[in-house]
Structures are given as C-alpha cells and as structure tokens.
Design a protein around this ligand. Structure first.
Ligand SMILES: [Zn+2]
Length: 222
C-alpha cells in the first residue's frame, strides 16, 4: 500500500491530533511491540500509517500495575460494545485510565482479544505454531515493566473491525481504517500503555500484511 504523503517522515506535531509539545514519537515496526507511560493530561495519538492494521493495546496504572484495563467495566459504563470518541478506558474498579478524545475510524474492538501462538494453532492449524503473535509481544515488552503472563487481561484492538451480528456472533473482517487514520487518547492518570502491533497473517485484521504504525505523545501547553 502506498500513500501520497510520507506519514513516517511527517513532523510529529503535524500528525498529532492534539496541539502541544511532542514528548514522545516512535514508529512501531510491523509485528513489533511498544510501551510507554503517558502522563496524566498528555495525549497519545496512534497513526495507522498504511491502513488496516490492528493495534492490540493494554493499559495499566503507571504507579500500580494491579490497576489494569477492564473491557467489562469499559463496555458496561458506556452501554456499548464498540470504542470511539468519548469512550472512557476503565480499570477493573471502573476508574478512568484514559479517554478517547478523537477518532477518525469510528469504532474499535475490545471483544476479539489478542492472537497467540496457541490460538493460532487452534484456529489456523499446527503449521502456524512458529508464527510470532500478540501475546508474545505483550510478554516481551511487558517484561520491561515487570509484567508477566498473569498480568495480561482482555485488550483493546484499535483499528480492528469486529462486527457483532444481531444474534451475537462475532466476525473479524476487513478493517474500516485506511492509511493515515488516527485516534487520540488523553491520560486521566499516569498510564502505562502496552502495545502489540499485531503480527497476524491468517485473517483480514491486518489485510494479511502487517505494517508499521506511529505513536506520538503530546503535552498541552498551559
Ligand atoms: Zn495479534
């Protein structure tokens, strides 16, 4: 996929969905992880550089990793299964961690979970056992913060399209995202954000071609 603008090289301040001082700016390579603490009040912009790329994401209280994202609390509080502008990312006590303040896609998933070597084997056959997967990214990157497998919970899948049919059945289908689509989250408390740029190649969540994304953190000038 190609774009007319080189979003990889564009100035971070131009790509960020919020004004302010750029305090972090990273390309998350295809199939790779990223993590960072987003300070309260700062805004994290995630850019789907090439389109149709699932960004599996977990959230933890930076000061207390026992506070962690809860899909159940987040869905229950907003009364809707999809995440978009206005969604408050909540921990298991329903306390806010971050708020989605802008979204150019329209809906993001939090029921599809993360891919793993084990689930790949079950879904796609034993020949996929060797393939790198999101759980491995979470474990590698999470280990830098003292997180292990018991700390992994149900995650958010930004840019991933998981429609829920009237009978409740789920699909993982071609994405709604496109090159350059962005969303932005404001940290309500200091939040550790753990990302797996999904390596999946067996279903359409990454267009069968995982690509890089970009994360930019901006601090509002007061
Ligand atoms: Zn994945």
């Amino acid at each position: 996929m190609t774009t007319t603008i080189d979003l990889t090289a564009a100035p971070a301040a131009d790509l960020a969905l919020a004004d302010g001082t750029v305090v972090d700016d990273a390309i998350v390579g295809e199939r790779g992880p990223w993590s960072g603490v987003v300070a309260a009040g700062d805004i994290l912009t995630i850019v789907d550089l090439h389109g149709n790329q699932a960004v599996d994401t977990l959230f933890y209280g930076a000061a207390d990793h026992a506070k962690r994202y809860s899909a159940q609390a987040t869905i229950a509080a907003q009364g809707n299964i999809f995440l978009t502008t206005g969604t408050v990312i909540r921990d298991q006590e329903s306390e806010p961690l971050m708020t989605i303040v802008a979204d150019e896609v329209g809906n993001h998933d939090t029921v599809g979970g993360a891919c793993s070597q084990e689930s790949n084997t079950l879904r796609y056959g034993h020949h996929t056992r060797h393939q790198h997967a999101c759980v491995e990214n979470f474990l590698i990157e999470g280990s830098r913060h003292g997180l292990g497998k018991a700390d992994l919970v149900g995650n958010v899948n930004f840019f991933m399209n998981v429609p829920v049919d009237p009978d409740g059945s789920l699909g993982i289908v071609d994405g709604l995202s496109a090159p350059g689509k962005r969303l932005a989250l404001r940290a309500e408390v200091d939040t550790l954000v753990l990302i797996s740029n999904c390596p999946q190649i067996n279903n359409p969540c990454n267009g069968f071609d995982p690509t890089a994304v970009r994360v930019i953190v901006t601090r509002p000038v007061v």
